[in-house]
Ligand binder design. Structure first.
Ligand SMILES: Cc1ncc(COP(=O)(O)O)c(C=O)c1O
Length: 435
């Protein structure tokens, strides 16, 4: 028996479901793939099999595994004793570089995870506006807390009408009544957004969105849609929140807001912001952020907020993202990889669409037209996705899979163009076998 399977079975005796995070089971395999080590864009599993990584820590790794700059920053933090739950000069240095880089940030706070960042951001929006409801887009994912665990993976036959999508719970166990706090609208539908927003604006504390909707693969908002969000929220004093936990730093140092040239009132940053260490942030307008205690009356605290090891890693990572040529490389790899993958599908007669921006992309099977929102993405063929991921893994390319749904994949900056060519060769074989 393989060591991976044996160790997963061992894990099941102690960890619920054999994992530390429910989504870590790769559904295409039926178990988690246990890794022994990683370097750059490559992973090695417990059996010594090597993979080119196109998951990249679900987006947590943008520089690559084991990056020397991150390692040095972490070592230096430990050399100083890494005292946590205290402030240091490094916290200010990291906050400063973020404020100088991400357009909406005048003030920010650090949290440990993306879920905490959105949770605190929404509490702050309610405190600032004195209003209760949040407008969220169907399918957009904002973390695992009860306020937003709705309409994230609604089955195709339960979506409800476009004008009033079902507020479908993403889990059991969510406190009763929370669905009533949400107003739902399909993404990329300015007509429906305007209609619903005008009726409900006086009840809304915030509109929250994924400004690049990577959680359904990769969906870029139309200029009309994103401009309308900004214009109407500003006109009605509703806060606009960009959840950039996943999209920050993927295509520009200032994230989606720099790329789209639209500045929200508040944003969240996660994953890549920590260079692979657990840290996230939320921030934005100074007058809003001043509502946090101790200057204001809204609570945000946590023992491990701004952990010095993660702060040091994040500062090193963001400094690296700002180096000249960093995004030229990201876009060159993206073009070769997503273009090459589309050509492979075409060559083997597999109807699949690849949509990408910067360092992340989505693959949609059985779909030919553009995928613009969750209702388009949910039409893709899940069984074919599972077959593709299984075959890719067998041929040495790691894609994660969440049950066949359209989801995001991505690469890291350590990937060279020759790594891309090697990945494409492996994927050519993988798609030939699956076709
Ligand atoms: C857009 C978005 N927001 C929030 C989260 C939650 O972040 P975390 O998993 O760090 O709690 C995620 C995670 O994938 C995300 O993609």
């Amino acid at each position: 028996m393989s060591r991976v399977v044996d160790q997963f079975e061992q894990a099941c005796h102690f960890l619920a479901g054999g994992v530390s995070s429910s989504t870590r089971v790769n559904k295409a395999l039926g178990h988690a793939l246990l890794f022994d080590r990683a370097k750059g864009c490559r992973l090695w599993d417990l059996d010594g099999k090597e993979y080119i990584d196109l998951c990249c820590s679900h987006g947590g790794t943008l520089l690559g595994h084991g990056d020397a700059r991150i390692r040095q920053a972490i070592d230096q933090a430990f050399d100083r004793g890494a005292p946590c739950s205290y402030e240091s000069e490094q916290h200010t240095a990291f906050a400063r570089i973020l404020c100088e880089t991400v357009p909406c940030l005048e003030r920010l706070r650090f949290t440990c995870s993306g879920s905490e960042a959105t949770m605190h951001c929404l509490r702050l929006a309610r405190a600032f506006t004195g209003r209760q409801k949040i407008l969220k887009f169907e399918g957009n994912f904002h973390g695992y807390h009860d306020q937003v665990m709705f309409a994230i993976g609604t089955p195709a036959d339960q979506l409800g009408p476009e004008s009033a999508p079902t507020v479908f719970p993403g889990s059991t166990g969510i406190a009763a009544g929370l669905a009533e706090n949400l107003v739902l609208v399909p993404y990329n539908r300015p007509d429906l957004f305007e209609q619903v927003f005008r009726q409900r604006a006086s009840e809304l504390a915030a509109v929250i969105c994924e400004p690049i909707y990577y959680n359904a693969g990769c969906i870029v908002p139309t200029p009309e849609f994103i401009a309308l969000l900004r214009r109407l929220t500003r006109e009605h004093n509703v806060l606009l929140i960009f959840d950039e936990v996943l999209c920050a730093f993927r295509m520009a140092p200032g994230g989606a807001q720099e790329f789209l040239k639209v500045t929200p009132d508040l944003c969240t940053l996660g994953k890549a912001v920590g260079g692979g260490q657990p840290i996230s942030a939320f921030g934005g307008r100074r007058d809003v952020m001043d509502r946090l205690m101790p200057t204001g009356d809204c609570q945000h605290s946590g023992t491990y907020n701004g952990h010095p090891v993660a702060v040091a890693a994040g500062l090193a990572a963001v400094t690296a993202y700002k180096q000249p040529g960093f995004y030229d490389h990201i876009f060159a790899v993206a073009e070769r990889l997503t273009g090459g993958l589309s050509t492979i599908f075409e060559k083997h007669g597999v109807r699949a669409r690849v949509q990408g921006l910067g360092a992340r992309f989505g693959v949609y099977f059985g779909v030919s037209g553009p995928v613009r929102n969750y209702r388009d993405a949910v039409q893709h063929h899940r069984a074919q996705m599972l077959r593709f991921v299984k075959s890719a893994i067998a041929h040495g390319v790691y894609f994660h899979d969440y049950g066949g749904a359209a989801c995001h994949h991505g690469f890291c900056a350590a990937m060279t163009l020759s790594d891309v060519d090697e990945a494409l060769q492996r994927l050519d074989d993988a798609v030939r076998k699956m076709a």
